[in-house]
Design a protein around this ligand. Structure first.
Ligand SMILES: Nc1ncnc2c1ncn2[C@@H]1O[C@H](COP(=O)(O)OP(=O)(O)OP(=O)(O)O)[C@@H](O)[C@H]1O
Length: 290
């Protein structure tokens, strides 16, 4: 049983199945299907992206989220931020999570400087608060004053990531979700990012970090979860999860599918499942979709 008194985020048997209208139902029947003719088949498809899983993430934790392409990591993060409602179970968060993703809103046509102000205002700061945060955002971004005058469309992806990270963390979020946004950064940016994440954790926040880079997860996370084919497979210290996952991907890469499957099943067999219990009155607010 997991008590949730000091939890920042709790998933209680949360799962997600997408329902997608088939190509024919939306009037774009494939050429192959048209050439074959015959019956049209289903008009809707379902994708079970995430099987029901339970997790308790406490204040002060930074949790890496790993797994192969299409395994359900982004879906899980969207459940945490409330962008999606789970189709089974519940997701709770103590405060509204801030999502820092590859597509987080930066305006391409306006300068870096204006993006800082717009971003701060969009996150609910007053103009005075935004002005007060301005210098620290510039410092964290590590961008030169000259670069801040340029429109975002002239930035490299690494420069845009720096700015995005610096803006998103300016509000000192309690719960920060970073989905693949740090992979373009250089060594200096990684060092700054790491110390900012540590700072947020020290302030009793928690961080989720989705990445395909095992070194990034090891460097920045205290804990990691491995999701494979929509199933929670491992939940433990960042080092041990990333090492096991690396063994799994190596087996797959050299065509040892049986070995990879055996490893997957072994980990699932020993995974300690979380059963959430709520002490009276301690349940955090439910995350609501925008
Ligand atoms: N809006 C959607 N509608 C239907 N299916 C979706 C949708 N979004 C994701 N999926 C499906 O859900 C599964 C999980 O996708 P998700 O994006 O969560 O994986 P991921 O682990 O983040 O992948 P990647 O590492 O490639 O970013 C995939 O099979 C994907 O095709």
């Amino acid at each position: 049983m997991k008590r949730v008194d000091d939890a920042a985020v709790v998933l209680d048997q949360a799962g997600m199945t997408y329902t997608v209208r088939s190509a024919e139902a939306i009037g774009t029947r494939s050429l192959r299907a048209r050439l074959r003719g015959g019956a049209s088949g289903l008009r809707t498809n379902t994708v079970e992206a995430l099987q029901p899983l339970s997790l308790v993430v406490r204040r002060g934790e930074s949790v890496g989220v790993i797994g192969t392409n299409g395994s359900g990591k982004s879906t899980l993060m969207k459940l945490v931020t409330g962008q999606l409602h789970p189709t089974t179970g519940h997701v709770f968060a103590a405060t509204t999570p801030v999502m820092l993703g590859v597509n987080a809103a930066l305006v391409r046509q306006v300068s870096g400087e204006d993006n800082i102000m717009l971003g701060c205002l969009a996150m609910g700061m007053s103009q005075v608060e935004a002005e007060a945060k301005y210098d620290s955002i510039v410092e964290l971004s590590g961008l030169e004053p000259k670069a801040l005058q340029l429109p975002l469309k002239a930035y490299s992806s690494g420069m845009a990531s720096r700015l995005q990270f610096a803006i998103a963390t300016a509000v000192d979020p309690d719960i920060l979700v970073i989905d693949e946004a740090l992979n373009t950064g250089d060594a200096q940016f990684r060092a700054r990012t790491r110390s900012r994440i540590d700072q947020l954790r020290e302030q009793a926040g928690c961080v989720f970090l989705v990445s395909h880079s095992m070194s990034t997860i090891q460097e920045m996370c205290t804990r990691a979860i491995w999701i494979e084919q929509g199933v929670l497979t491992m939940d433990s210290g960042a080092k041990s999860v990333t090492k096991t996952y690396a063994r799994y991907t190596r087996k797959k890469a050299r065509g040892d599918h049986e070995g990879a499957l055996a490893l997957l099943e072994a980990e699932r067999g020993v995974l300690k499942r979380t059963h959430v219990t709520w002490p009276d009155g301690a349940r955090p607010d439910r995350v609501s979709a925008p």
